[in-house]
Design a protein around this ligand. Structure first.
Ligand code: ATP
Ligand code: MG
Length: 427
């Protein structure tokens, strides 16, 4: 026998038995975005490497060490997208979608980062992503946060904590950067290797360190909120007022920064204490300079990304755990001449009831074997077609989960009968 091929590290299969929570999340996501007038957008999984280098920032974990990049046979430098915003910005520019100046979109799909795999941290993972372009005021900051809050609430995730902060304008950030550099220079001996490197390149990144040994030093660092320019301060206060009037509880977290460099002003995160150190389930912020930085007309933007695996883990903890979708009806067919009749019957029933979930027995087997399969499928009813039934123009109906005498039904009436038994509507 030849050797089996293992999956790549940090890459997971979502098994049919696990799909319920995913589908639930996806369905609620579609509903909530539609409720706010956001349109779905699908953009490529591969982009030019340059796109991410130019937007995410040189001293970020992503660009420093996490991108899956390669040169293809035509000498194109390609990267599997590590996040969605850069690709969406590229796409709205490429497609001239900002001509009217405004756009609200969302997308969902796989992202790739070559991280150290752990629970809640993978190399292929999935994000739900919201982006709004063309709105400068704090109203859109409030809207996009309310949207995330509603989505989490609709999913029944009520124990999450919202952290907010403002990074100000590039100018106020430059002033802060000087203070921060002075502070970390004075404590250089206490910095880990990553932070030392970042001190020269981008000291703000030190605040995002995941190293527990660095947390005390970070806690004592100067606060960006103290360097905020007047306009950013008003913007931030107005957002906070919006959140209060919407009854959204939030915590101002002055050391919050993001893992990507393009953010300006508002940033936020939803965190949980139920997932150990992988505590952030949704994160985002404003990126007013990014569209221009990537060659588009200067347009403000704001967005967030939600980690689907982490949300699914929370849903499973709440009991929306592994469960299998099952057919409503299992069609048992026995006898030489029943196969064609059974396929015809199955197609007729699916025509009659577009929402009917019917599984037909494949691969033959005795009645006994087929009834065992019917039972195992989880179906509520088995319908049975044998040579004798075909000859007499009838079908036998047997309930698998409730007390009900087996009945015989003329083939012309089985569709209607199933409609009644299963409470099917329309047709
Ligand atoms: P972290 O601080 O956990 O590394 P990040 O700042 O790199 O997160 P973002 O780029 O803001 O994360 O991504 C938004 C969300 O996507 C995260 O809050 C998380 O829920 C999810 N996420 C990010 N990276 C991963 C990963 N490798 N595996 C699973 N989910 C992830
Ligand atoms: Mg990260």
């Amino acid at each position: 026998m030849s050797k089996i091929i293992e999956p790549l590290r940090g890459v997971h299969d979502v098994l049919p038995a696990q799909i319920t929570a995913w589908q639930h999340l996806e369905r609620i996501t579609r509903e909530v975005f539609a409720g706010y007038g956001y349109e779905e957008f699908r953009v490529p999984v591969i982009e030019q490497t340059q796109l991410f280098k130019r937007s995410i920032g040189d001293f970020t974990d992503i660009v420093e060490k996490e991108m899956f990049s390669f040169v293809d046979q035509g000498d194109d430098h390609i990267t599997l997208r590590p996040e969605a915003t850069a690709g969406i910005v590229r796409a709205v520019i490429s497609n001239g979608m900002l001509r009217e100046g405004r756009l609200r979109v969302w997308c969902m799909g796989p992202m790739f980062r070559r991280e150290r795999p752990q629970a809640g941290r993978y190399r292929q993972f999935h994000q739900i992503d919201a982006e709004a372009f063309g709105f400068e005021g704090p109203d859109v900051d409030a809207e996009i946060i309310l949207l995330s809050a509603r989505l989490l609430r609709r999913l029944g995730l009520n124990k999450l904590k919202l952290l907010v902060n403002s990074l100000g304008t590039p100018a106020s950030r430059a002033a802060y950067r000087e203070q921060l550099t002075a502070y970390f220079n004075a404590h250089e001996a206490a910095l880990d290797a990553d932070s030392k490197r970042r001190l020269a390149g981008n000291p703000l990144r030190i605040l995002d360190s995941k190293n527990p040994d660095m947390q005390r030093l970070i806690a004592g660092a100067p606060l960006l909120l103290d360097c905020l320019d007047a306009e950013s301060r008003t913007h931030f206060e107005s957002l906070c007022a919006h959140l209060r009037s919407a009854g959204i509880e939030y915590h101002v977290e002055p050391h919050l920064v993001r893992g990507l460099d393009y953010y300006t002003r508002t940033i936020f995160e939803w965190t949980t204490d139920a997932l150990g150190s992988q505590s952030t389930v949704c994160a985002g912020g404003r990126y007013d300079g990014l569209v221009a930085q990537l060659g588009g007309a200067s347009t403000p933007g704001i967005g967030w990304a939600m980690g689907q695996e982490r949300i699914v883990m929370l849903l499973e903890k709440q009991g929306l755990g592994p469960q299998r979708a099952h057919p409503q009806v299992y069609l048992v067919l026995a006898g030489e001449r029943t196969e064609i009749a059974a396929f015809q019957l199955a197609e007729q029933l699916r025509d009659a009831w577009p929402q009917l979930q019917l599984q037909i027995n494949l691969g033959g087997g005795s009645f006994k074997t087929q009834f065992k399969r019917a039972d195992k499928s989880g179906a509520q009813f088995a319908i049975l077609l044998g040579d004798d039934e075909v000859a007499r123009g009838v079908v036998a109906v047997k309930a698998l989960r409730q007390e009900m005498a087996q009945e015989e039904c003329p083939i012309a009436q089985i569709s209607e009968r199933l409609g009644v038994l299963l409470g099917l509507k329309g047709g």
